[in-house]
Structures are given as C-alpha cells and as structure tokens.
Design a binder for this molecule. Structure first.
Ligand code: ADP
Ligand code: MG
Length: 250
C-alpha cells in the first residue's frame, strides 16, 4: 500500500546556547493508511522529536518528510490537557468551536462518540470529577472531534496506574481501530507496543537511529490489546524486542 507518511534519512539537532544536541540521525520509515505504528526507544533518545517533525513543529535538518496531501493530524499526550473549569462537552467541542465547524452534524457525531465510549452521562461534569481513564477517553474524543487522519500519541498512558493503563490502552486501541485511523504511538513500554501495534520501530540511544523495524503479526488484534497479550506469539515478540533493546548499538 502507498504510504501516508514516509521519512527518508531524517536528521535533526537542537541548537542551544551551550551547544548542539544531535537528536536524530538518519531516520527512515513509512506508515500506511490504517496502520498502528509504535516508536520505542530509551528515554531521551528522540521519540518526541520525531513526532514534532511530523507535526511540522520542527524542521528536519536533512532528509525528506513526505506526508500525503491533505492529511490532518490529531494529538494526544501524557497529560490529558483538558480544561479544568470547562465541562467535558465544552472540552470536546472546543476544537470544532474554534474552527467554526460545530455544526449540528458535528454535535451529533460528538454525542455519538460520548455514547459509544461510555461518557454520555458525564458531558456536563468537569474533568476533576472523572477518573484518570475516563479523562483519557474524553481527551481522545476531543482529538477525534476534528476527524484527523493520523493520531500522534506521545506516551498518552504514562500518567495512569498500571491497572488503569492496561484498560485505557485497550480501550483507546480499539477506538482507533474502529474509527479506522492511522496512529503513531510513542511508548517505552514494550508490552504496550506489541499489544497495540502492527509495526514497531525500535530506536537506539540519542541520536536516535532505527535499529530494527518489526512487524507484529498476531491474528486477534481486532479483539483488543488484552486478547493480544494472551496470544501465544506475544511472548516471542517480547523476547525479540527485549533482546534488541538491550543489545548495545552504535
Ligand atoms: P524522547 O521523547 O525519546 O524521550 P526527545 O525527543 O524529547 O526524547 O528528546 C531528545 C533529546 O533532545 C533529549 O536529549 C532532550 O533533552 C533534547 N531536547 C528535546 N527538546 C529539546 C529542546 N526544545 N531544546 C533542546 N533540547 C531538546
Ligand atoms: Mg518524549
């Protein structure tokens, strides 16, 4: 399939008064429409920097970034960044409101998303009245409100406790598949990456280089990430990934 995103030989450095920080070195990979791709690698290696280049917040020093014409991005981060003094409804409709696209049709779609993802009864509540998992779901609905083609997810589950994290990751993985979105997830949790992804891109220490690209071929992905974790192939993938991550790379 023709890629929706393709990076070729990307390098990038941050320029600071006290010197230069080389963050990325010769990064190449591509993402197809509908694919769920994870970026894994040690903390500080350059994962978020890759997302910032895709988002156009930073410009690659060299190499080419090819993004299919007309494609739009949505973002989700570690903190849900919901506005605390606005209701859930106000929060999720903020994007369309700003873009002047809060039509009756959009409202209907947002209500359907709230319903589908168990938040209908909370639309008039404030974020502080919801659990961490519910807030993350609300944040995802806010992201989906503008109907982006590609979701950039930067460690969106890291602030949650382990139990909640498993459930919310499963939840959000299903939603993304059901809505037929393309997703790029940054995580340092190998199990999370295997359980959600079609493809995992393993990065080295900073400056990030692509160490390996691994296709995850587990047949029950549509049943959710918890089912994938129980599949007999899960452990094999984990071992390969673990070994790869713990082998010193140039
Ligand atoms: P990761 O997301 O993998 O943890 P980042 O992409 O955030 O890593 O950062 C890669 C490296 O670049 C780190 O060493 C970080 O300190 C540095 N860095 C990130 N953002 C900036 C910035 N705005 N200015 C200078 N250095 C930065
Ligand atoms: Mg980061």
């Amino acid at each position: 399939m023709e890629p929706i995103i393709s990076l070729e030989g990307i390098s990038f450095s941050y320029h600071r008064p006290d010197g230069e920080i080389e963050a990325l070195s010769d990064i190449s990979f591509s993402v197809s429409k509908g694919e769920f791709v994870s970026l894994v690698g040690p903390s500080g290696c350059g994962k978020s920097t890759i997302l910032s280049i895709l988002a156009g917040l930073n410009q690659a020093g060299s190499g080419t970034v090819d993004i299919r014409d007309g494609v739009s991005f949505g973002y989700m981060f570690q903190q849900d960044l919901l506005l605390p003094y606005q209701t859930i409804w106000k929060n999720i409709s903020l994007g369309p409101s700003i873009h002047k696209t809060l039509t009756p049709e959009t409202k209907k779609r947002l209500k359907a998303l709230l319903y589908k993802y168990g938040l209908s009864h909370f639309s008039e509540n404030y974020p502080g009245q919801l659990s961490g998992g519910m807030r993350q779901r609300a944040a995802l609905i806010r992201t989906l409100a503008l109907d982006p083609d590609i979701l950039l997810l930067d460690e969106p589950f890291s602030a949650l406790d382990y139990q909640t994290r498993l459930l919310v990751a499963d939840d959000i993985g299903r939603i993304i598949r059901k809505e037929n979105k393309t997703a790029i997830l940054v995580t340092h949790d190998l199990s999370e990456a295997i359980s959600l992804s079609d493809k995992i891109i393993i990065l080295s220490n900073r400056p990030a280089k692509v160490v390996k690209i691994m296709d995850i071929d587990i047949p029950c992905k549509d049943k959710g990430s918890l089912a994938v974790r129980e599949h007999k192939r899960f452990g094999d993938y984990f071992q390969v990934l673990w070994k790869e991550m713990n082998t010193p790379h140039e």
